[in-house]
Design a protein around this ligand. Structure first.
Ligand SMILES: [Zn+2]
Length: 195
């Protein structure tokens, strides 16, 4: 294999065994050996301090978003909801579930009782969380692939999935989608990263 530096300078940079040109879900079907080779290669550090891992991850994330997220259709969905073509009841995960991810401190911020786990965002016990629950604030609606729709639905993101399409209710705005925690999480889970 030519050196990394040579490949970059010849402009023919390509990662062996990484099938970025395939649909994203195909990566999950890579053989264990191919994935191991890929991970080994991607964590290679270039002389001079640049981290290959960061460069390729950023490029791959861009390609991922370009492939799985089709278009921003906030006005369309808002109008469909307003005209009652779509119902608010169709929005899955409009209310985020109690996550129980906060293990310590174990004292609920509302009732001050002690619990084995609390919600990581609000610091409340399950009972207080459910009593004070607010709908997630959706800033944008994006038309997305069925594959990404399933992934985002499983991690608690707002999703509309009906006869007309699949939309993701994005709870952030004003930054690149590649910066969204949930998008990076889906990407990293499928790629087997532990960052
Ligand atoms: Zn409580």
């Amino acid at each position: 294999m030519p050196s990394l530096k040579a490949m970059i300078s010849y402009g023919s940079f390509r990662i062996p065994h990484c099938f970025y040109s395939l649909p994203f879900y195909a990566v999950a079907g890579m053989s264990a050996q191919a994935r191991a080779d890929c991970n080994k290669f991607m964590t290679t550090k270039k002389k001079g301090g640049d981290n290959m891992n960061e460069i390729t991850r950023e490029q791959a994330l861009d390609a991922f978003v370009g492939r799985e997220i089709y278009a921003c259709q906030s006005s369309l969905i808002e109008e469909a909801l307003k005209q009652q073509l779509f119902s608010v009841d169709e929005i899955d995960n409009l209310y985020r579930e109690f996550d129980g991810n906060l293990l310590s401190p174990a004292v609920c911020v509302k009732c001050h009782g002690e619990f084995p786990c609390l919600d990581s965002e609000t610091g409340e016990c399950e009972e207080c969380y459910e009593a004070n629950q607010m709908p997630q604030e959706i800033f944008e609606w994006w038309l997305i692939s069925p594959w990404l729709g399933k992934k985002l639905q499983l991690i608690g993101e707002p999703i509309i999935n009906n006869d007309y399409g699949i939309w993701w209710g994005r709870t952030t705005t004003g930054q690149a989608i590649t910066m969204d925690y949930v998008i990076q999480k889906v990407y990293d889970d499928v790629m087997g990263y532990t960052v």
